[in-house]
Design a protein around this ligand. Structure first.
Ligand SMILES: [Cu+2]
Length: 387
């Protein structure tokens, strides 16, 4: 979906809003005719409620004023008090776009939030029931309604438009030269598989998963030979990285908070995300004035009892550091035992094929009508033989 398409959709939505306003103001002018002489005095209200007196009205009014002032002051204060816990400036290219979007969303919404919440409670205080005060019945003001509908509608459309534009850039296909890494989620661990020198991940299937072959790699597929798994998500600065995300049990979420990367890991539906790291771990250590700082990969989906434990260290280094690290990594096939293991795997493949064939035959035999008839006939002939 291109930018033009989104633009057209936005215009259509604005037109629908304007049409709804026109219809609503038409309806209110009809109702208006039936709503005259409904002004009520505070005295009448007090009388109807059985004279609770002015005290209760005052008490509630003052409480709501205290509540809203306390609430707004605490909101602002807590945002300031916890400022040290906020994430540092994003360490990725698209992270900066997301930050800019957050900034403008806050500019558009925070003042409105503060003003409307204050006014809501302040008016409850200001217009409390008092003896001798007559409530002024103010039914409608079309111009005012148009203003407070159209302005927020335009602001919202602009925010959504910018959001969609960024989202399309972020989720666009990864560049050819991107380093391809696979992240497999399971309770409660991430397995990171690098695609190796060919930058191509070998095929895998749940059929092949066992104690040794934990990802279920298909060892007849050559691109698997140079694939390796790593305990750290090691990335070079400035290079695009594509993460192919999948899960072998429940829902998880691949989350790199400092890079503003977050994507669900869904069993059966592979997802992906690509990004460019812009700050090394060393940069962050200096920025945060913390020599022990480390980036982190976390699971952001409450996936079970040890969900909190589902994390991996992330390290962003220079290109030279990355190459040196690559040299130290051993392909999975080597760790499994090389050719010896490949022979074992071939054997396993044959067994799997045999089982599949047996299963197919079983299936055919058990459910086919002919099978049943044949069984019955056999029994009958045996019985006859006995007689
Ligand atoms: Cu998880």
């Amino acid at each position: 979906m291109g930018t033009t398409t989104i633009g057209i959709i936005c215009i259509i939505l604005v037109l629908i809003i304007l049409f709804q306003i026109a219809k609503a103001s038409e309806l209110t002018s009809i109702i208006k005719g039936e709503e005259e002489d409904q002004n009520v005095t505070a005295d009448q209200l007090v009388g109807e409620r059985g004279s609770p007196g002015e005290h209760q009205g005052n008490g509630n009014a003052i409480m709501s004023l205290i509540f809203v002032i306390g609430f707004l002051v605490l909101t602002v204060w807590s945002a300031w008090y916890y400022r040290g816990l906020y994430l540092p400036e994003p360490s990725s290219v698209h992270g900066m776009w997301i930050r800019t979007m957050f900034f403008w969303t806050m500019v558009a919404t925070v003042p409105i939030f503060l003003i409307t919440n204050f006014v809501l409670f302040y008016f409850a205080y200001k217009y409390r029931a008092r003896k001798g005060h007559k409530a002024y019945h103010y039914a409608e003001n079309n111009r005012l309604e148009v203003v407070w509908t159209v302005i927020p509608a335009i602001v919202m459309v602009l925010l959504v438009f910018e959001g969609m534009r960024s989202w399309l850039k972020i989720t666009a296909p990864a560049p050819e030269e991107a380093i391809v890494i696979e992240a497999t989620a399971q309770q409660f661990n991430w397995t990171l598989r690098y695609s190796g020198a060919d930058n191509d991940l070998g095929k895998k299937s749940v059929k092949y998963i066992d104690g040794e072959n934990t990802l279920g790699q298909n060892w007849t597929d050559k691109p698997n030979y140079d694939d390796f798994t790593a305990d750290t998500l090691f990335l070079p600065i400035g290079r695009p990285v594509q993460i192919k995300i999948n899960s072998i049990d429940v829902l998880h979420s691949f989350y790199l908070p400092h890079f503003r990367v977050k994507m669900d890991a869904v069993p059966g539906i592979p997802t992906q995300f690509w990004f460019i790291p812009t700050k090394t771990t060393e940069d962050l250590r200096k920025m945060e004035d913390n020599p022990n700082f480390n980036y982190e990969l976390a699971c952001a989906e409450l996936c079970g009892q040890a969900h909190f434990n589902m994390r991996k260290p992330v390290y962003v280094g220079t290109e030279a550091e990355y190459n040196a690290w690559l040299k130290r990594q051993k392909p999975t096939i080597e760790k499994l035992g090389g050719n010896e293991y490949l022979k074992k795997f071939e054997h396993k493949l044959e067994e799997i094929k045999k089982k599949e064939l047996e299963h197919k035959l079983d299936h055919h035999h058990g459910h086919g009508d002919d099978g049943h008839h044949a069984d019955k006939k056999e029994i009958k002939s045996k019985d006859l033989a006995r007689l």
